[in-house]
Design a protein. Structure first.
Length: 169
């Protein structure tokens, strides 16, 4: 992806179940967007259908210059721009690229809204350790977590880039 010094990724919060419509409206305005979608089967009383739904409900990522923000916020269905300390929160290009790679990969994963913390019990959802559960003993960085596995008496330093952890309680 080309780097543009004047444009940054931001997250916008949308009305519920309007993500696709708003995404289309933003694209029609010439705004670069990213709406991560997942394919899943939905069952109705008379049929089963494959649909695409947002991975992160009510969120769309937009790449903007500062003078384009007002145009985005005036789009019907956009509720607000996500802020941190009163400023629009810039999302690094690398994080959007990682999200795109993960979404496009064949790995099964779950997005959780609550951060993992020391003391949380987690289950490894993929890789050769899939199915093992343990308690988070320490967090060394955003990608390395020490999980204590009580039933084998060991702790594992897990690179979360290769394994997907799921909070179990």
């Amino acid at each position: 992806m080309k780097t543009n010094k004047n444009k940054y990724w931001y997250a916008i919060y949308t009305k519920s179940r309007c993500e696709k419509k708003i995404n289309t409206a933003l694209i029609n305005k010439g705004i670069e967007t990213y709406l991560p979608l997942k394919k899943e089967y939905r069952q109705w009383s008379d049929r089963k259908k494959l649909i695409e739904s947002p991975f992160i409900p009510s969120y769309i990522f937009v790449r903007l210059s500062s003078n384009e923000r007002v145009n985005v916020l005036q789009t019907d269905g956009v509720v607000k721009m996500i802020t941190f300390l009163g400023q629009a929160a810039i999302i690094p290009d690398a994080q959007i690229d990682t999200l795109k790679l993960l979404i496009d990969s064949e790995n099964d994963f779950t997005i959780i809204t609550t951060p993992l913390q020391r003391g949380d019990y987690v289950e490894i959802k993929s890789g050769s350790l899939a199915g093992i559960t343990g308690e988070i003993h320490d967090i060394y960085s955003k990608s390395k977590i020490l999980v204590r596995i009580d039933n084998i008496g060991y702790s594992l330093l897990i690179d979360t880039n290769n394994h997907i952890l799921h909070k179990v309680k």
